[in-house]
Design a protein around this ligand. Structure first.
Ligand SMILES: C[S@@+](CC[C@H](N)C(=O)[O-])C[C@H]1O[C@@H](n2cnc3c(N)ncnc32)[C@H](O)[C@@H]1O
Length: 210
């Protein structure tokens, strides 16, 4: 059975955009806030000239970073409604555009930092998404993925998601992973993994360097 997960994700988040920020539950912004705050803490003291946030949603992460950094910020998101909401906030030095994680509309080696908070599990081709992040990063640039994964019985959990959950769900979730797998995937796609952290049973962050 093949489903168009990209189209499902777009519909799902178009429907959420207007109330995403204030709906602090697991199906809305709860884990996004946990991930964005963790990424923010990690970048707070780091110097960078520009940053791309993939799956930027309502701009929560870029909004925080724009208050501590004089950098150029670009948020890219599949959902036109998410892009509309984030642009309506008029965040300093930031612009938000529509786009897909697996076809980034940027030249090679443009960004110092690429981030991805709670979006990766919606990508049907995660290797392509990592390769695109790698391509647009400068040498030495930082890639941070923070995402929700399987908390326990990992291999069984991934199989359950592959064979059962994603066939019945309409949320566009299609890549259920976990910290150790994301580390391996990043390394296979050329990154040097420099740190990782478990934020709770399900949420984790992995940091790679090009
Ligand atoms: C759970 S929200 C997270 C938003 C924000 N990053 C946060 O942490 O609050 C996931 C976002 O990823 C976007 N998204 C899903 N699939 C995508 C894709 N293939 N390319 C770009 N964005 C995508 C969705 O439209 C949605 O805005």
């Amino acid at each position: 059975m093949s489903k168009d997960f990209v189209e499902l994700s777009k519909k799902w988040f178009d429907g959420q955009a207007a109330v995403y920020d204030e709906t602090d539950t697991i199906l809305y912004s709860k884990y996004g806030k946990i991930s964005c705050k963790n990424i923010f803490e990690r970048l707070k003291k780091m110097d960078f000239k520009n940053l791309l946030d993939i799956g930027s949603g309502t701009g929560y992460l870029i909004n925080m970073l724009s208050q501590t950094h004089e950098a150029e910020f670009i948020g890219l998101d599949l959902s036109p409604e998410m892009v509309r909401v984030s642009n309506s906030k008029n965040i300093k030095n930031a612009k938000f555009i529509e786009g897909r994680s697996d076809e980034l509309p940027f030249e090679d080696e443009k960004f110092d930092v690429v981030t991805c908070s709670q979006s990766f599990h919606h990508y049907p081709d995660t290797d392509k998404a990592m390769q695109e992040a790698y391509r647009v990063l400068k040498k030495g640039g930082i890639y941070i993925i923070s995402d929700t994964g399987v908390g326990f019985f990992k291999a069984v959990g991934v199989k359950f998601d592959d064979f059962i959950y994603r066939h019945f769900s309409n949320t566009g979730d299609c890549n259920v992973s976990y910290l150790e797998k994301t580390v391996r995937d990043m390394e296979r796609n050329g990154f040097n993994v420099v740190d990782n952290e478990k934020l709770n049973t399900f949420v984790y962050t992995v940091i790679g360097k090009k």
